[in-house]
Design a binder for this molecule. Sequence first.
Ligand SMILES: [Zn+2]
Length: 623
Amino acid sequence: MTTARVLKQWTLILGMSLYALGAGAQVGAAHATPVRYAVSLAGYRDHVLRVQLELAAGASSQTLQLPVWNALYQIRDFAQYVNWMRARDLSGGALPVHELDKSSWRVDGTERGAVVEYELFADNSGPYGAQVNQQHAFLNLAEVLAYAVESRQSPMQVRFTDVPAGWKIATALAGSSDAYEAPNYDRLVDSPVEIGTFQEKDFEEGGGHYRVVVDAEASDYDMNRISGDLDKIVAAAATWMNDRPYSSYLFLYHFPHAPGGGGMEHAYCTAIDLNAEVLADSPNALLEVSAHEFFHLWNVKRIRPKSLEPIDYTKENYTTALWFSEGVTSTVEDILLLRAGLMNESNYLQRMGAQITELEQRPAHTIQSAEDSSLNAWLEKYTYYRQPERSISYYNKGDLLGVLLDLTVRENSHGRASLREVFQWMNQHYAEQGKFFPESAGVREAAESAGGGDLKSFFEKYVAGTAEIPWDDFFRSVGLKVERRSVLVADVSFVAARNFDASPSVLSVKAGSAAAAAGLAAGDTILEVNGHAAASDFESRLESLHPGDTLKLRVRNRRGDRELQWKLGSRNQIVWEMKDLDPVSGQQRARRAAWLKGEAQPAGETERGAVRFDGTNPSEARP
Ligand SMILES: [Zn+2]
């Protein structure tokens, strides 16, 4: 998952926001009567869903579980929204329902089958939520559908009833509006459902079928432009992976005017929200999040760490691999945009500088490793944890580690292999075998097997450890260096962070500053910045301010909303920027073209030996 990243420069250290999660695509034994769900939208005006679940005949009592987490690595206890639950036998007699803990129930007297019914409030917008209202319904089904513990591997069927007139249904699930089907619960809930009056466009690319579904105001987007750009992204991705493990894929979009925004990956679709104003100002923000979520169909959905399987819907699945599953997905997101011609080299290097700045500026980079940051993802819902002194972002460091791994594998293999071969190796050795990879050790094995040389030290120092990264050593081979520069920037005098698609909250305010004098306080939620919704471009909006500018915020706390404004002072800040070496050799230029443009690497002389222009090492080349 991710929030849309808008091209950033530097300034503030504002927290991370993104996240991921997936549901295993492992198909269980297809047997038994399908578990049947019916979800009624009759209460859509009041954000109320009524769910009916038919339990097959069998055990004399059955346990129902509603997941405590889904779509984000955060415990959210969806049972908080269950208003009531009751059960009856097939002749209509009431059956006792006992609550076992906050998210599970036991129904007795089910030996001849039973019907369970419950009512649920659903008004969390965005790709990580479940919502029904007068405009539409968007449902992550794990937040709505309780499962019978014994039947999680059984085939599933879901119907949507009392759908308002004129509303259509879009989902990657098989079936039709009469009933949708999935081979088991995990697959069922990995397919969000949009119900409403959306617009739709289809396209074919390389033998795959793609559906683009947009639920937004018509004047806020250009469907042809979106689908044209997606066509380039999916083509670049399938070519890069040399694979297309689906026949059909669905892009679901919302462009709300409210704050928020983000994307969620699924095996056969993605759901993405982007603020309409951000879309208008920076159309590339949509391509970035789309490329990221699309690549997740491999990385995390199919190339999946062991630690995320089987999914435990009752508590955390702890994983140390998010630096790879999320961060390196961001690395590849940029590679795909470059390959698709949707990003240029200077943009790419500017983003890299911003990423390095973000990591270097967070004091926690010396105490929290990429693996530990992954493990602690479950703490990211807490404000304090997101302080720059407390944590780093596995997106941020993972993204950079992906770049460094790519350069290292290229160097060690004399240009014969790259990050692409690492992913293809993992795809063949794990995803296509139905196996899950053993965290960082699995990535290391893949990179070494792909020809990346001995990577023990790389993984120990930078993945498991917190050694300072010698950037110039990594970038020298492509004729680049990283320069530190002190720049005068606007001093907003506060630190804020967003939790995914939520509005940013203020973590701290500098004592004695104009911000403090204006009344800003830790704990305030920021709703608007200079009249614009505090959406996914919140950080870049603040970063674009200059010393002397006036900053107007609309903020909220327990006592209500207020408007604050003050004039920004200035401060010096160190930024890290990518610069050409002086001079850049022809060989470095050629390696950079191979890295960024995908051109065959004319490696020539390397520190470790000669490589021919076709990329083969003469000592190994056959006559
Ligand atoms: Zn992601």
